[in-house]
Ligand binder design. Structure first.
Ligand SMILES: [Zn+2]
Ligand SMILES: [Zn+2]
Length: 258
């Protein structure tokens, strides 16, 4: 049984727990180490139970707990996109920082890799598969295409970036260059872009969607939910019956989705 729990999600920090009965993977550790420990404790886990940490990219909101984590649990294996191996090795105490070339295996989970379009040295989304079931997560990407849809289509559970509401971003207080960066093809997916991807996934395996990496300043959980839900309504898909929509939170550990 494959499960996903969004522990923390948003522009201030990200960490997702992926589990089978035998394997526990942390996708990113971009939040306070102490709060991660508390969140894991809530799932009856300690850092020693974590089979591996898989990193999307080198921005602080995805790796900031790495120094502390690897100081206390130096044996944790860390998988990172190949171009950032040195960068991550320099910021951690783990001797086990491994560059990802293609698909790889952690315990009983096969991990497939998707190349995101983001203003980092490298950034990956991932699909986790076990016993014929798959869960995927794509955040920190500024655009999408047919490949994005195909990568997500086999999954029952999809965690997808729903970063900003375009109107809130454009009318907000961010400096012009930052607004341009966020909205660029190397920035973050807007609510509309997220909904558009999910629309193309109608009729595939996808049954549960987790809206993730919401901006604290340029989005709200209600706006993200409504944008996606309205798209489903237009397509005669009923939330709660045909599809389930979850919104991952920055401050509260989300419910476990399987
Ligand atoms: Zn980033
Ligand atoms: Zn991020």
């Amino acid at each position: 049984m494959l499960k996903l729990t969004p522990l923390f999600s948003g522009s201030r920090g990200n960490c997702t727990l992926i589990q089978t009965n035998n394997t526990n993977i942390l996708l990113d550790v971009g939040y306070s180490y102490k709060k991660l420990l508390v969140a894991l404790e809530g799932k009856n886990l300690t850092p020693k139970d974590i089979s591996a940490i898989v990193i999307t990219h080198e921005h602080d909101d995805h790796i900031c707990a790495l120094p502390m984590w690897t100081k206390f649990v130096p044996n944790t294996k860390i998988y990172v996109p190949q171009p950032i191996v040195n960068c991550i090795a320099n910021r951690s105490y783990s001797p086990y920082v491994e560059g990802i070339g293609g698909s790889f295996v952690v315990g009983d989970v096969t991990v497939d890799v998707y190349q995101c379009s983001h203003d980092s040295q490298a950034c990956c989304g991932y699909r986790f598969s076990n016993e014929g079931q798959s869960i995927a997560s794509i955040t920190d990407t500024g655009c999408f295409d047919e490949q994005t849809v195909q990568f997500l289509a086999p999954c029952k559970v999809v965690q997808l970036e729903c970063n900003h509401d375009v109107t809130m971003l454009q009318s907000g207080r961010y400096p012009y260059l930052l607004k341009r960066r966020i909205a660029s093809p190397f920035g973050h997916l807007s609510n509309d872009q997220c909904a558009s991807i999910l629309q193309q996934l109608i009729g595939t395996n996808v049954k549960k969607v987790v809206l993730a990496h919401l901006s604290e300043n340029n989005n709200t959980a209600e706006l993200a939910f409504d944008t996606v839900n309205k798209m489903y309504q237009k397509n005669n898909i009923v939330e709660g019956r045909d599809i389930q929509i979850y919104v991952a939170s920055q401050h509260t550990v989300g419910e476990t989705i399987d």
